[in-house]
Design a binder for this molecule. Structure first.
Ligand code: ZN
Length: 111
């Protein structure tokens, strides 16, 4: 028997990036985290999901999404408990997974 491969009509890039974040254990030692770009909207200026990342390295696989709202603003979402619960009380709060992917490719500012 041969396994069938489904071909998707939407664009499906296979970009993978790595970064170091505080780990999921109690002492939070730095751990490698992997981000796989699962979806990239071919029309990024249209409201809706612009980017969707799968995050590996934590207790489970999380999903981080960058959403474009109807007014053009960009909003981050993550499926982890930290983001879900703390974002309710503080709309500016972002979890380490969002900070990790938002900071990839950027250099730290030195004073
Ligand atoms: Zn998160």
């Amino acid at each position: 028997m041969v396994a069938a491969t489904q071909q998707y009509l939407y664009r499906r890039p296979r970009e993978i990036v790595y970064t170091t974040l505080p780990g999921p254990t109690r002492k939070r030692p730095p751990m490698p985290y992997c981000y796989r770009l699962a979806y990239q909207n071919p029309r990024p200026t249209v409201p809706g999901c612009a980017l969707l990342w799968e995050v590996y390295g934590g207790r489970t696989v999380y999903q981080v999404a960058l959403e474009r709202e109807t007014d053009g603003k960009l909003v981050w979402h993550c499926t982890c408990a930290d983001h879900v619960y703390r974002h309710e009380d503080d709309p500016h709060h972002v979890c380490k997974h969002v900070r990790g992917v938002a900071g990839i490719g950027r250099q730290a500012v030195t004073k």
